[in-house]
Write a protein that binds this ligand. Sequence first.
Ligand code: NDP
Ligand code: 8X3
Length: 247
Amino acid sequence: MITGATSGIGAACARAFAGSGYDLILTGRNVQSLDSLSGELRAVGAEVTELVFDVRDRGAAASAVASLTGRWQDIDVLVNNAGLALGLDKEYEGDPDEWETMIDTNIKGLLTMTRLLVPRMVERNSGHVINIGSVAGDAAYAGGAVYCATKSAVKALTDGLRIDVAHTAVRVTNVKPGLVETNFSRVRFHGDEGRAASVYRGIQPLTGDDIADVVLYAANAPQHVQIAEVLVLATHQANGTVIHRED
Ligand code: NDP
Ligand code: 8X3
């Protein structure tokens, strides 16, 4: 199951997992994008189920999961990917509604999905939760305080879950990308294409496929190997703030 499968890293993960022989539960808010991706993946032989809900809506998420029947209830891998940044404002000038959207999606949405799916993984003594964190969770950067805080929370939630399931065969992974060119910056800057493009100016950023490779590697590692955390950066990015750009 991949949350936020309609774009960027989520869609790339869906393609990578389908290519590796997995059947998929794709979740997202945009039915058209889900339908189109499902069609593409079915054409390469994957069986696909779509669940349409907003991860911030706990009731809708619970109903969607409860609608799964038969083998679809036995989820092998949950990729908690749905997430976003909004704005790049100083902490004392930011928009509280944007804070709430980031916190509700990146932290509470991820927790909701974890709470809904992990009990059955524990019961089956099998499963893997792969959370998409970020280099932004390692240290704050200017204007990113709230987004960075949500990704620090993803780190703590991932580490906490790993402790809580250590008595089982369930594995827990935090994949922390740096700059990845997706819709992320378009969303962050409310559709301002120029500002979004400037994020990737003078550097070859990562692609969703680069991150999907790492996610799939973690999922396909032998059962006794738990990839706990991976920081994946573009070659000319050193951390959240040091980026060498060729102008
Ligand atoms: P995209 O904007 O391309 O994709 C984000 C996905 O999350 C979309 O499918 C979006 O759906 C979905 N989503 C957002 N909010 C919700 C919600 N409330 N309910 C359900 N789905 C939702 O960005 P990325 O692919 O880059 O982002 C994926 C993840 O990767 C995020 O968690 C992001 O924080 C993280 N990340 C991204 C990096 C980057 O540089 N791009 C770097 C590090 C981490 P919809 O189209 O409906 O909005
Ligand atoms: C997204 C990466 O550094 O642009 O998590 O915030 S960054």
